[in-house]
Design a protein around this ligand. Sequence first.
Ligand SMILES: NC(=O)c1ccc[n+]([C@@H]2O[C@H](COP(=O)([O-])OP(=O)(O)OC[C@H]3O[C@@H](n4cnc5c(N)ncnc54)[C@H](O)[C@@H]3O)[C@@H](O)[C@H]2O)c1
Length: 286
Amino acid sequence: MKLVRSVGVVGAGTMGLGIAQVCASAGIDVLLYDINTNQLDKAVQAIGSNLAEAVSRGRISDESRIATLSRIRKTHDLNFMVTDIVIEAAVERLDIKQTLLVQLEKVNEGKAILATNTSSISVSEIAARLRDPSSCIGLHFFNPADRMKLVEIISTKDTKAEYTQAISDFAKKIGKVAVYAKDSPGFIVNRVARHYYVESLKLIESHAARVEAVDALMRASGFRMGPFELMDLIGIDTNLAVTTSVYEGFGKAHKFTPSRTQQQLVARGDLGRKTGKGFYEYNQQK
Ligand SMILES: NC(=O)c1ccc[n+]([C@@H]2O[C@H](COP(=O)([O-])OP(=O)(O)OC[C@H]3O[C@@H](n4cnc5c(N)ncnc54)[C@H](O)[C@@H]3O)[C@@H](O)[C@H]2O)c1
């Protein structure tokens, strides 16, 4: 059985930084990479602030904060990403994910488990350009990765059984509860959740309700967050990319048609919390 002592996280955005934090908090050495050097620095700062907040709320000790931070190292060169597992958390684009995994397979001489945090793209397609597609598996975290317990594990028809077991053990080690999903568009959660976003967007586009009203009502009906607050947290570009991928994956099924409102926000660069503005405005960029 493959032992996991080190994890590489590729893409240090909303999800990558959370995943790095979770792994380091569980005592695992983490190597973090992003193509954008500024984002890599911002990610480590954000992890530092998250951990400091956890100390101030009494959730972790200061020793634990220091130890967790010391386990996270940054690299500006993908060629140094030699680890037991690599978790790819770059943007939701098939071409980028395929290219990254091909490079990571080479750098690791085929010895690493190549996990992808894709929300919706076929894991088999992501693995298709690898020399050995059996090393690839989906490991889908939820946002915020440090707090959400659930992960979806997506094995393809090629994934080594030994690797599925190793990822399952790894999920447990970092405190997650794993469910096993088939390699179909949006897997389980994102396929069901699409309607939460798509129907809410249709409501505002047909002037049937306002953003604030929809969010307030959905919260009042028991959801933790309204759809627009949630899209701002997820990142409107990521949310749109996932809807588009599910739409394409189901043969352009009308019910998943991507929203023009989201397309316009993305074109303007209003991506939600991470840019300080989306459906709502935020004082601090996150
Ligand atoms: N945001 C969510 O709520 C959420 C939840 C679960 C899964 N995901 C998935 O996680 C992945 C990342 O999403 P995110 O929300 O963190 O996106 P993000 O936009 O916040 O971050 C993506 C990061 O990838 C980096 N990147 C782009 N090209 C790269 C490359 N070639 N090499 C290395 N880094 C590169 C960008 O610089 C950016 O920092 C996507 O596949 C997404 O579908 C997102």
